[in-house]
Design a protein around this ligand. Structure first.
Ligand SMILES: Cc1cc2nc3c(=O)[nH]c(=O)nc-3n(C[C@H](O)[C@H](O)[C@H](O)COP(=O)(O)O)c2cc1C
Length: 361
């Protein structure tokens, strides 16, 4: 008997979605104090295979499947998430100022569509709190990405200062940074994605300044894009990334489209999960084409199975991320994806992920 779909998921899905998230979060916090249970979980859920290992932008990845941003907004439980087989963790979105986000209810399940809609609005403890938290915590055993965004109270014209503040405070702790210009729940944020040059230029200057100060290398910077961009906006965004020597692009965030979902009444927010899958893979493919292999791509949106992850890799992704698929599939999701990926690579005659990247584009 599979315990998650038959027992745990029904119990969690009986709770209001954000309450279910908090319950799971509390379990992860408890787990931080029980190393023996962490070992048990790691031996159950971690799947290692040389074909999945990768060296990318100076980091070693044991597999390509990461936790997508939004699950651990303030870097509170990133250290236990690898027990569930993840190859890396992306925390955030962290903003310069702490903020409670939008009023609830702000997270909704669409069970028939295997989807979620959220309008959380970057609820997080803010850059200074996260800095203290990371100073006091051990370095993670897998690469850690930190996704940063604009505080709600900061005017759009001053957005760059907000991002720069967070980048500076969290610089020593991240293996890579993600510039989030694509969440639909912060008014005006997506406009930043339509004119990326000034923001990226300022961020790269700060990146170099911090690297000089700390006598280290500049951090890899990724830009996370929306699946709702017009073709010309997407092209502009890719050109800005190339011009500003960004390391890569994450495709994609949630969508405001409701195509293919069964909604009785309108619900504001970003849609994730199965209905987003093909749309985000199409954006990824386009970004791969536009960037001509000069950017490292991370594919996210609607990954539930190994085939979903493989499709993103064939479309150009070197790494993938999961959020909604984990909520529906439970703790063995990442194990299944990694085991299946290793089989799919073998079946197609690829020795490793790197060989398969972009081969279906
Ligand atoms: C509840 C929830 C909160 C999210 N919060 C963030 C966030 O703070 N920053 C961000 O970049 N993406 C956020 N996302 C988007 C995810 O990182 C991901 O891009 C999107 O959900 C698509 O992946 P999925 O279909 O696997 O969920 C959030 C998603 C969900 C469901």
């Amino acid at each position: 008997m599979k315990i998650y779909p038959s027992l745990i998921r029904p119990l969690l899905f009986n709770l209001e979605p954000e309450r279910a998230h908090r319950t799971v979060f509390e379990f992860f916090k408890f787990l931080q104090h029980v190393p023996s249970l962490q070992h048990v979980l790691s031996s159950r859920y971690c799947f290692d295979d040389p074909s999945l290992e990768m060296e990318l932008f100076g980091c070693r990845f044991r597999n390509p499947v990461g936790v997508a941003a939004g699950f651990d907004k303030s870097c509170e439980i990133y250290d236990v998430l690898p027990c569930f087989g993840f190859g890396y963790v992306e925390c955030g979105t962290v903003t310069a100022k702490d903020q409670s986000g939008n009023p609830g209810p702000r997270m909704f399940r669409l069970e028939n569509d295997q989807a979620l809609i959220n309008r959380m609005g970057f609820n997080n403890h803010g850059a200074l709190w996260v800095e203290e938290r990371l100073k006091a915590s051990p370095a993670p055993e897998v690469p850690l990405g930190i996704n940063i965004g604009k505080s709600k109270v900061t005017e759009l014209e001053k957005a760059a200062e907000d991002y720069l503040f967070t980048l500076e405070k969290l610089f020593p702790f991240a293996n890579y940074f993600v510039i989030n210009v694509s969440s639909p729940n912060t008014p005006g944020l997506r406009d930043l994605g339509k004119n990326l040059n000034p923001l990226l230029d300022a961020l790269q200057k700060k990146n170099l300044e911090m690297a000089g100060k700390l006598r280290t290398r500049p951090k890899p910077i990724f830009v996370k894009l929306s699946p709702d961009m017009l073709p010309e906006e997407l092209e502009d965004a890719v050109q800005s990334c190339l011009r500003n020597q960004v390391t890569g692009i994450i495709a994609t965030n949630t969508t405001v489209s409701r195509e293919g979902v069964d909604l009785g009444s309108p619900l504001e927010g970003g849609l994730s999960g199965k209905p987003l899958r093909d749309k985000s893979t199409a954006v990824l493919k386009e970004v791969h084409k536009l960037s001509k292999g000069q950017l490292i791509l991370i594919g996210v949106g609607g990954i539930f199975s190994a085939q979903d992850a493989y499709d993103k890799i064939l479309a150009g992704a070197s790494l993938v991320q999961v959020y909604t698929g984990w909520v529906y599939g439970g703790p063995s999701t990442v194990t299944r994806i990694n085991e299946g990926l290793s089989d799919l690579l073998k079946k197609d005659g690829f020795k490793n992920i790197r060989e398969a990247v972009g081969k279906g584009a």
